[in-house]
Design a protein around this ligand. Structure first.
Ligand SMILES: [Fe+2]
Length: 307
């Protein structure tokens, strides 16, 4: 049985691995990793993975599939991925609602999809394929984007909701991406969060972003999380209840002590939003699960979600 995963997590980045494993604050409860960084590799990478697995529950987050891609997923990626996901016992696998390549050419970028009915149908097919091939629940992540490709037939939230419903998928809700898009494309981020079907959310991301002099906000994962994003996380958690929340930091790494401070601040926000009852539920106290009701049970059930 998969472990229950909730509370604050951090990405297992190779450059941070030693400090993460040696100096993790007690508030750090789980780790997320990109399979692309560890699959079919040996030596130091394997050793880091083994040490991480002994100490923390692991959740996987892919960078390559592009759940809106026009072409079916590549077998040479999916087959080793399925083996890897089984080995690390992830309760679900997530990737982005975007396309990352075309006609067999990998662009290594998260490119936005047109918000059209046709793109919904394509993404639904890709998510179902991924679920069938990986034999795991698939969580779809909302991405940040800076321009609409073509004329939209619906807004971003409607597009996301249509894909989730069509594929009966789970959601990795990136709160920073909601905030970044809301500022760049002028919508109310709380109204977006209000539309999210909370029963589909299995995980949340938060990250830092950069505000350019011209006002455009860039989702860099290279800065400290801003107060506006902490506030939106608080608002989101009060809707979702107990949930795994990941601090994404992928570049411009600060001293590990500063990341640990961010983890602690996130934990304080988390506890204030979901209450200690949620944390007790997450460690398997059946009496407190009954006390917190469905929201606590949802976190407990996230390892056997059916998407
Ligand atoms: Fe994210």
């Amino acid at each position: 049985m998969s472990p229950v995963i909730e509370g604050i997590g951090l990405g297992l980045r190779y450059k941070l691995a030693k400090e993460t494993l040696e100096h993790a604050p007690p508030e750090l409860r789980w780790l997320e990793l990109h399979p692309e960084n560890y699959m079919q590799r040996g030596g130091r990478f394997l050793s880091v993975l083994e040490q991480a697995r002994e100490r923390f529950p692991l959740v996987t987050h892919g960078l390559t599939m592009g759940l809106g891609a026009a072409s079916p997923h590549e077998r040479q990626y999916m087959e080793p991925l399925r083996t890897f996901l089984r080995d690390v016992k992830t309760p679900w696998h997530s990737d982005h609602l975007c396309f990352s390549g075309s006609a067999g050419v990998m662009l290594h970028d998260l490119l936005p999809l047109p918000f059209t009915r046709e793109a919904v149908d394509t993404a639904v097919a890709r998510v179902k394929e991924a679920r069938d091939q990986l034999e795991l629940p698939i969580a779809v992540e909302n991405i940040s984007y800076y321009a609409h490709p073509g004329a939209p037939e619906m807004d971003e939230a409607t597009f996301l909701l249509n894909v989730l419903e069509g594929a009966d998928a789970k959601l990795l809700l990136d709160v920073n991406n909601v905030f970044v898009n809301s500022q760049n494309h002028d919508f109310d981020p709380r109204a977006y969060i209000d539309r999210i079907p909370v029963e589909r959310v299995v995980q949340i991301h938060v990250a830092g972003h950069l505000i350019r002099p011209d006002g455009l906000i860039i989702d860099t994962h290279g800065e400290a999380v801003r107060d506006e994003v902490f506030d939106l996380l608080d608002y989101t958690l009060r809707r979702t209840g107990p949930m795994p929340v990941l601090l994404e930091r992928d570049q411009n790494f600060p001293d590990f002590a500063l990341l640990a401070e961010e983890v602690k601040r996130l934990d304080a926000i988390y506890r204030a939003a979901v209450g200690d009852s949620g944390l007790r539920a997450a460690v398997g106290d059946s009496a407190s699960r009954a006390a917190v009701g469905d929201s606590g049970l949802r976190a407990a059930a996230n390892g056997k979600a059916n998407a």
